[in-house]
Design a protein around this ligand. Structure first.
Ligand code: PLP
Length: 495
């Protein structure tokens, strides 16, 4: 399988090259040249596999440079770091309503599903390609990617990792997780600005040829752990198939029956993996794109206009506080009929005017699998309270956005298709807000809130969260976004 750039379809690279470089030199994103078909028999067969086996099967469809044994080893090592052999368990909360818990990994957010795999893939690709230079992984994070990437790459030979987060745009717990990270190859800094500022600055460094040359002299090549990297998206495709296989095996659905997925969305990586699963043959009725009040995606699906020039809101679901959803580029590439010239011109519009327009008729006609909605802060708080009251089940604010959007969707459409809500973080990562939603009182100290939430819900506190309270703070830098490049050069000159 080859991978092409969304902005230059004549550029074609291998899977290992796509993963090692992260982003195409023309600024485009790598996409598979086609979508392999997965038959219902294969999906049925997944029901009897472990999660790691399912992952290794799905990855094998795209990474033909790897042997079955290699991929199976990569997947087992990655998913052995999860709480349970069933890395992404499906919980039935009501008739026809399921929650796919994607947060049982080392840092308690769905990013772990891919970021436990990516470092393994990068190491294996380095070996395959005889890469002598070290890999410098640069990450812009809205909160959860940072810690998951740090844990994934910490002390991985031949790599250095640098993480930049918006100083005032992440939860206390997310920040604590990042700035207490160990490892000799790790660096973390806050950036004055929001996530889009951090992401744009990092992306600029990526496509700066001069920076690449300077790094090369120091013996480094850059890669990305953001969801623009194909190696991030790929492992995410698995859990869509996995939840379907689980529902088949419990007898909740019949072979071929369509289901809905409702996905709390920010950078459009999670839900895009669902779209790829759909293109590979998974029976999907609707992919419901759920946003918070940074609802640029809701407007896009309803009007065809993507307009990022609007007020940025800080919300209680910070990992979704994004106005430039990078991965949407991959979907829009499909919307143009895989016309890279047209796509490049739309992305130029975005850069120059903050917006672009896709024909609404095209979206309606060929991309009707998508529907979109958003929840404001009050609706998000209500969804946390209601889910607890009705089902005794606690969701974090990101998942609550999806719950609220789904409730609304159900009310409007009456669509009773079985629905899977993707749950993207442990409620303990956002304990103050969750506790406030459930108990209507606010506890400012995150660790006190954790304990209160535990007494109220009985939900087990992850050890990694408890330990943070006394962990040593290792990183205190807060930088202007113009200083990122300097920091990068300083870091690679250190050895
Ligand atoms: C990253 C993240 C999201 C959004 O996922 P995207 O792939 O960026 O759309 C939602 N919830 C949580 C908790 C996250 O960490």
């Amino acid at each position: 399988m080859k991978f092409i750039s969304t902005r230059n379809a004549s550029l074609s690279v291998s899977g290992s090259e796509a993963i090692l470089t992260g982003i195409s030199p023309d600024g485009g994103l790598f996409v598979p040249e086609s979508f392999p078909e997965v038959s219902m028999d294969r999906i049925r067969a997944m029901a009897d596999m472990t999660y790691a086996e399912r992952a290794s099967y799905v990855m094998g469809l795209y990474l033909d440079e790897f042997t079955k044994e290699e991929l199976s080893e990569i997947a087992s090592r990655a998913y052995s770091r999860f709480e349970d052999e069933d890395a992404c368990p499906l919980t039935k909360v009501d008739d026809g309503l399921y929650v796919l818990e994607l947060w049982h990994g080392p840092t308690f957010a769905f990013k772990d599903v891919a970021l436990t795999v990516l470092p393994e893939l990068i190491s294996a690709c380095r070996k395959k390609r005889g890469e002598k230079d070290k890999t410098l992984v640069l990450v812009a994070t809205s909160g959860d990617t940072g810690k998951a990437a740090l844990e994934g790459f910490k002390d991985v030979e031949g790599t250095e990792i640098m993480v930049f987060y918006p100083d005032e745009g992440v939860s206390d717990m997310q920040k604590m997780q990042m700035i207490t990270t160990g490892g000799n190859n790790t660096y973390v800094a806050g950036i004055r600005g929001n996530f889009d500022d951090a992401q744009t600055a990092v992306k600029t460094i990526f496509t700066d040829k001069k920076v690449a040359e300077e790094l090369k002299e120091k013996g480094f090549v850059m890669s990305s752990a953001n969801s623009i990297n194909w190696g991030r998206l790929l492992p995410q495709i698995t859990y869509y198939f996995s939840s379907y296989a689980d529902m088949l095996s419990s007898g909740d659905i019949k072979e071929g029956e369509k289901i809905n997925f409702c996905v709390p969305t920010g950078n459009f990586g999670d839900i895009l993996a669902g779209y790829y699963a759909f293109r590979m043959g998974l029976p999907v009725n609707k992919l419901i794109c759920a946003s918070n009040i940074n609802n640029v995606l809701t407007d896009f699906f309803n009007s065809g206009e993507y307009d990022a020039s609007r007020e940025f809101h800080k919300t209680i679901s910070p990992s979704m506080d994004i106005l430039i959803s990078s991965n949407l580029e991959r979907l829009v590439f499909e919307m143009t009929g895989r016309n890279s010239d047209q796509l490049a011109s739309l992305m130029k519009d975005l850069k120059e005017t903050g917006k672009y327009q896709v024909e609404l008729s095209v979206i309606r006609r060929n991309f009707g699998v998508f529907t979109a909605g958003y929840a404001d802060e009050e609706e998000t708080m209500d969804a946390m309270a209601n889910t607890f009251d009705e089902y005794g089940y606690v969701v974090d604010p990101h998942t609550a956005v999806a719950v609220s959007v789904y409730d609304n969707y159900l009310m409007i459409t009456g669509d009773e298709t079985p629905t899977v809500i993707l749950s993207t973080a442990s409620p303990y990562k956002f304990a103050q807000d969750v506790y406030e939603a459930l108990d209507e009182s606010r506890v400012e100290d995150p660790f006190k809130a954790v304990k209160k939430l535990h007494s109220l819900s009985g939900m087990e506190i992850p050890e990694g969260i408890e330990k943070l309270e006394t962990a040593e703070i290792r990183f205190t830098d807060v930088l202007d976004k113009t200083k990122i490049k300097e920091k990068v050069m300083e870091r690679v000159s250190r050895q």
